[in-house]
Design a protein around this ligand. Structure first.
Ligand code: NAD
Ligand code: DAU
Length: 372
């Protein structure tokens, strides 16, 4: 991948929404580490947010977070609040917007879909209106260079059978409140491009994993359950398939698409990492047996539990477009990324406890409320 300053091509003021979350945090850390851009991190600072990874990165770079010229400025704003969003966009005065903020957990969307409509649909609408007003006020080179990159998911395409992979022309067929809200946001972004000419790029990525992921998604849940010697919940028959991508490889793809992607175009991102859930859980248990032998064999903890309502069977991405047009390739195998991730969680038990406490989430099952 080209170096970041070359990709940014003079864009100095970057607005990242959702930068206190898992993937947004990885984007912000990369921007702070590898460029001299000023990052405005707009986030409502909700249950899944945590800034300690960014604070660590700033401390390592000898930089601080606080003054007006700080490289990292947190804008604590809920995108559902249109006025606050417009004010935040005016304050950031961005050359590039990367929109990652969203409610992101399918199980939570089954229990409480309202928050997903508010953040993902209403929030994206507020942002589009604010960004459009900003872009229309730009002139010259700043206007020419400006872009909004909308970060979305492969779940908008629905559920695959045993064959085939999602690509950019796959028809939308979302099936959970989460994926429907993300699909709606994708449609809004495309509409703002076609109707108002707003310069946008979209990406649809598969399942991410890696350090600093809030421990409610499959991989950190399994690691923490195994460490605690508690039953590891495997939904249904455990044969649902996801296409796993290490988060830093997603960040590479995002930075390429945001800066080099063709306007109005979308890019599917996935790392040829298809595994069924049983394979993923067994691989984590095998790694735990090596790193935490006192609990071995951890696979004895795997427990079949009631399936997720409306559980999509299989996701898989064909990344041919982003590979051919933007030169993206994942740099981590699933096995290498998983080994790093398991080791990271074992080293960060206090962080896991702190973020779970703050979110008042103790690792219990979420998302059965939809089944009545
Ligand atoms: P996350 O839940 O870890 O972080 C999301 C962040 O967005 C949080 O800090 C949250 O506070 C913030 N946010 C939510 N609603 C907001 C609002 N109304 N206003 C301001 N901030 C708000 O999610 P993630 O896993 O980092 O996902 C980031 C983006 O990438 C999402 O758009 C998601 O749909 C997409 N995505 C995620 C994955 C994945 O596997 N995690 C895969 C593909 C795409
Ligand atoms: O495909 C991209 C999507 O991947 C993103 O858009 C979402 O934001 C992200 O959360 C993720 O969605 P999934 O629903 O695929 O991820 P989750 O980690 O919740 O579940 C992965 C698979 O593991 C899924 O088939 C359900 C299953 N599962 C999950 C949990 C939490 C279990 O079997 N047991 C569990 O405890």
């Amino acid at each position: 991948m080209r170096d970041l300053p070359t990709l940014l091509a003079g864009r100095r003021r970057l607005l990242v929404t959702g930068g206190a979350g898992f993937i947004g945090g990885a984007v912000v850390r990369r921007l702070l580490r590898e460029s001299d851009a000023i990052v405005f991190n707009l986030d409502k600072l909700g249950y899944a947010s945590d800034l300690s990874s960014i604070e660590e990165a700033l401390a390592a770079a000898g930089s601080s977070d606080g003054g007006a010229e700080s490289r990292h400025q947190v804008l604590a704003v809920d995108l559902a609040d249109a006025e606050a969003t417009a004010a935040a966009v005016r304050q950031a005065d961005p050359d590039l917007v990367m929109h990652l903020a969203a409610e992101s957990h399918v199980d939570r969307s089954i229990e409480g879909p309202e928050a997903f409509i508010a953040s993902n649909v209403q929030g994206t609408f507020s942002l589009l209106q604010a960004v459009r007003a900003h872009w229309e006020g730009l002139a010259g080179e700043r206007r020419e260079r400006f872009r909004l990159h909308h970060i979305s998911t492969d779940e908008v395409f629905g559920s695959l059978g045993a064959e085939g992979r999602f690509h950019e022309d796959t028809p939308y067929d979302p099936r959970s409140p989460y994926s429907a809200s993300k699909a709606a946001s994708d449609h809004l972004v495309r509409a703002w491009h076609h109707t108002y000419g707003l310069p946008v790029v979209l990406t649809n990525c598969s399942n991410n994993f890696g350090p600093w992921q809030f421990p409610e998604k499959l991989i950190p849940v399994v690691i923490l359950k195994a460490l605690a010697g508690e039953p590891i919940p495997l939904y249904g028959d455990g044969l649902n398939v996801r296409d796993w991508l290490y988060v830093e490889d997603h960040v590479d793809a995002l930075l390429l698409a945001a800066t080099r992607g063709e306007l109005g175009r979308s890019y599917c991102v996935g790392g040829h990492g298809e595994r069924n859930n049983r394979e993923v859980v067994e691989a984590i248990c095998a790694r735990m047996d090596v790193l935490h032998p006192q609990g071995a064999p951890h696979a004895r903890l795997i427990t079949a539990v009631t399936d997720r309502p409306g559980h999509d069977r299989r996701y898989a991405i064909d990344p041919a477009r982003i590979t051919a047009e933007l030169g993206w390739q994942p740099r981590h195998s699933f096995e290498a990324g998983l080994a790093e991730t398991v080791a990271w969680y074992l080293d960060h038990a206090p962080w896991c406890a702190a973020v779970r406490d703050r979110a008042q989430y103790a690792g219990e099952r979420i998302g059965l409320a939809g089944r009545s």
